[in-house]
Design a protein around this ligand. Sequence first.
Ligand SMILES: [Zn+2]
Length: 377
Amino acid sequence: MKQQKQQNPWHRTMLAASVGIALAGGSLLAQPATQAATQAAKQPGTHAAAASNSSLRVFFMDVEGGQSTLFVTPSGSSLLVDTGWADHNGRDADRIVAAAHKAGLKRIDAVLLTHFHADHAGGVPQLLDRIPVGEFLDHGPNRELTPEVSGYYSAYLKALAEHHVRRISLHPGEKLPVPGLDATAVTADWKVIDHPLPGGGEPNPFCSNLPAYPHDTTENSRSLGIVIQFGRTRIVDLGDLTSDKEVELMCPINRIGTAQILIVSHHGWYPSSSPALIDALHPRVAIMDNGALKGGSTPTLQRLKNDPGLENWWQLHYSMEGGAKWNAPDAFIANLDRATDPQAPDAGHGLTLTVQRNGSFRVTNERTGQTRSYAAR
Ligand SMILES: [Zn+2]
């Protein structure tokens, strides 16, 4: 059933794109995301340009299997979740700055580091060399005291000191200090929120018959996870939180409730995305920041594909592991390179999510320029 939906999603929007109007479930949207972005890029201001938009815009940058997700509010406030990798000549920082400029930003108000692994915190020094940041948010000290992770943590602290940027460590239950953005920390440093969010608090029927998930002792399970509420839409981003912590967060009481949009944890790698999380959140759309060879595990793709409530899932890359059987259809994948040519350089295409307060939203694939709209429910 869902496969059928995935294969024929464009009957409205392909026609609409050709005339510059996007139709969403019979309703008229003001303008395609690409047109709005082009207009924003032409404007010299920062917040003024971003403030002309009434939607929450979310840019999923391709950082090759790491995470970097930029949220921009209607008033122009901005939150970046994670900075991608170090190295590669500042590739990931360049991609983040390009997205920020596309959104009309000259600075980023807050950068949240979910945890201190290389694919999330590695890009901090390069980013701070390229764009001003108001403050950093994290889960507290690094707890994975290996030379590698300690090295990235030290580089983070050094960069903050050099650029005189403030750092705030958050606990579950605290709101993020980003003006105009309703975002709550729900996990941090092995702890989970102790009271349910509005709409949560019911027993979770998907907690039975779960396997005994291994106890993760790395920074993954320390992830600073957040829930964002924008109008009627709830977005969940738990970083690389592993299934053992998902169960603590979601069982026996579902502390989050349902969410319309899920940023798939851990790049779609199988040690995350338990049924206790995925089935209980009951998302309409999932977005996975996987790489061609990182994340995008077959069990996770399989779970998404078989989820009866999920309308679509999107991927930043074709997953080589998933193959033709388990990947989303090509139209829902931002980068296909390795699927057709293993030596192909990565084009760095992203995905853009645009959310309206009434509960409608749309996702644009930068590779194709096509937009899929989801009507409010
Ligand atoms: Zn990661």
